[in-house]
Design a protein around this ligand. Structure first.
Ligand code: ME8
Length: 593
């Protein structure tokens, strides 16, 4: 006989979004109430990407997930400085039938395939500037220990039982499918074969005795968790979709396979004839990274934000929180879901031969250029289409012309011969619109620019909080355009430093433009770290002046001193972002072939 612990959801504290659970049995699981420890924990943030299968080389979709997490984590570090307040993990998912079969087809041992492809992911992420704090491989000993411990906890809590499982299994997706999600299709040899309706991948009928998790018991706690915090799953349509799924019956879940069929995995503790289901194995990676089962993991759980693609929503929003609740733990704080990249309107796939190699893109467009493109164009709610001309057009117009042009104009020797951060003249640019006087040169639109740039950091932070990095970049880009308009309007190149009437205004125009550039550079650090560093160094902004707490835009306008005024600008280091369209011989060639 099994016994399910009577979990009662006691409540969710809005500030920390920590769930408090009480076990009716003798043990007390879950988080401690708010207190001094939680204040520390509130300052911590743990970001994760999915861990990627090693059956094939990484593509731009994998890089996109890692970039989203990287930018979120970098933005958070700029906001909350301090020694260890953020953590960011990624890694490779190396067990399961999919990998076992891929290794067999490649004629290599699974461990060899894992080593090779995992190294490709690690290299790509290093080259793309993904500043993860942890890279986990599920074949590591620390992970095996965590998974087996987690299993034992579920077993001790009466949540696993042995039963006969019969149904469709899709090895490509590593999931079980109900009859309604399977269809018949004509295979390459003309024979009818069964495939998954959703992914189109082949499925096989499986009948075997294995361990089963009492998932069905968790339908209501999951519904309550999602209803209590409507922002758990972002964007909202995905939250809604999960609630819809939970309206349907939630069958128990088979969580092991016969070892004779699946040997490449973690054995069930105490029963070598069974191997643990790869999704249970993979999901526990999020705990392994933070030291589970040792107590240290508690300072990072559940302040976790999982960044995932829409294809694996069910595993993260239903199976994972249910398993956690089953183990007496809180579900994750946030699940950020993004849609997919397609290529010229088609799904990216090895068989279609249209997989975009991220390494080629980083080489062609530069690391910062390609990071900017993916994060500026990728919209979590909808699939995004990739093609080369789109990248060139975007980067040339926003990074080379608008941002690079602005920096170039305002720091060029011709316009700024002293090579310093010019002084701001309050008489030329008084802080109250409508003032008249002989030295007042400012126009109504200039106040709109100051307002827009002053509110930009908050706007950007809100977009990050809502997992809309593309909107944050759109807002920065719009302010860059406004600043170019400001410079164009006042045409400082027509003013003369030698003229005592014109010089204060000339200095003010440049001062305001440089202040705007300083804000843009600071805010772009999470997305284009090298380019932002170049920009800020050229403005003479030191490493300790680049946090969001130190931003303090245009203090002279508000009557405060400006630490940059009169400071020497940094050395010129060439164009911020050279235009691509002149150097894209590869693109022309690609079109001819
Ligand atoms: O599912 N566009 O691994 P996986 C955007 N190992 N992102 C994409 C994408 C595309 N076209 N294709 C893939 C697995 N992704 C499991 C995860 S986690 C405990 C285990 C990204 O190699 C996206 O994040 O199939 C998607 O969810 C993930 O890669 C799937 O990677």
């Amino acid at each position: 006989m099994w016994r399910i612990p009577a979990l009662r959801l006691l409540g969710c504290t809005r500030s920390s979004r920590v769930f408090l659970f009480q076990d009716a049995g003798p043990r007390h699981y879950g988080s401690c109430p708010l207190g001094a420890r939680d204040e520390v924990r509130d300052r911590r943030a743990y970001f994760t990407t999915p861990i990627f299968y090693v059956n094939a080389a990484p593509h731009i979709g994998h890089l996109y997930s890692a970039l989203l997490a990287d930018a979120l984590c970098r933005h958070r570090s700029l906001r909350v400085p301090g020694a260890v307040t953020t953590r960011f993990s990624t890694g490779t998912d190396e067990h399961g039938l999919k990998i076992q079969q891929a290794a067999a087809i490649a004629g290599v041992a699974p461990a060899e395939l894992c080593d090779r492809v995992s190294a490709q992911f690690q290299r790509l992420f290093r080259e793309a500037g993904i500043a993860c704090t942890d890279f986990i491989r599920t074949t590591e000993v620390r992970h095996r220990r965590a998974v087996q411990h987690f299993w034992e906890v579920l077993r001790a809590r009466g949540l696993l039982y042995k039963g006969l499982y019969e149904g469709w299994y899709c090895a490509s997706d590593e999931c079980f499918l109900p009859e309604a999600k399977v269809t018949k299709q004509q295979g390459p040899s003309g024979d009818a074969c069964h495939v998954s309706l959703e992914s189109g991948h082949p499925v096989a009928w499986t009948k075997e005795e294995n361990y089963i998790f009492r998932l069905s018991q968790f339908r209501e706690p999951l519904q309550q968790w999602l209803r209590d915090d409507p922002q758990v799953i972002t964007p909202e349509p995905f939250h809604h979709a999960v609630l819809q799924w939970l309206e349907e019956e939630l069958p128990d879940l088979s969580v092991s396979r016969r070892s004779s069929h699946l040997h490449w995995g973690i054995p069930v503790p105490g029963d070598d004839s069974q191997t643990i289901y790869v999704w249970l194995d993979a999901l526990v990676n999020y705990l392994t990274v933070i030291g589970y089962p040792d107590a240290e993991f508690k300072s990072w759980w559940p302040t976790t934000s999982h960044i995932i693609g829409k294809d694996i929503l069910k595993f993260h929003a239903i199976y994972w929180p249910a398993l956690l609740l089953g183990a007496g733990m809180s579900p994750p704080h946030r699940i950020y879901v993004h849609s997919h990249w397609t290529v010229c309107g088609q799904k990216m796939s090895k068989s279609l031969g249209n997989v975009v190699d991220p390494k080629t893109c980083l080489d062609r467009y530069t690391v910062d250029g390609f990071r900017y493109f993916l994060l500026r164009q990728g919209v979590p709610n909808w699939d995004c289409d990739y093609y080369d001309e789109k990248v060139v057009k975007l980067l040339d117009s926003e990074l080379a012309d608008a941002l690079g042009g602005l920096l170039n104009r305002c720091t060029a020797k011709r316009l700024n011969p002293s090579g310093t951060y010019p002084a701001f003249c309050a008489a030329c640019f008084p802080n109250k619109p409508g003032l008249v006087g002989s030295s007042v040169r400012v126009q109504a639109e200039d106040y709109a620019l100051v307002r827009a740039v002053a509110s930009l950091p908050k706007q950007v932070a809100d977009h990050y909080d809502n997992f809309q990095i593309y909107k944050a970049l759109e807002a920065v880009s719009s302010c860059v355009r406004q600043t170019n308009g400001f410079v164009q309007r006042h045409a400082p190149w027509k003013l003369n430093w030698e003229n005592p009437v014109e010089a204060p205004w000339l200095g003010t125009v440049l001062h305001v433009a440089l202040e705007c550039l300083r804000v843009f550079g600071t805010l772009l650090q999470p997305v284009t770290p090298t380019l932002a560093d170049k920009l800020l160094s050229q403005l003479g902004v030191s490493a300790t002046e680049r946090g969001l707490g130190e931003l303090n835009f245009l203090p002279r306008f508000y009557g405060h001193p400006c630490p940059f005024e009169g400071r020497r600008l940094g050395p010129e280091t060439g164009l911020l972002f050279p235009r691509l369209d002149q150097s894209r011989t590869w693109l022309v060639k690609a079109h001819r072939t």
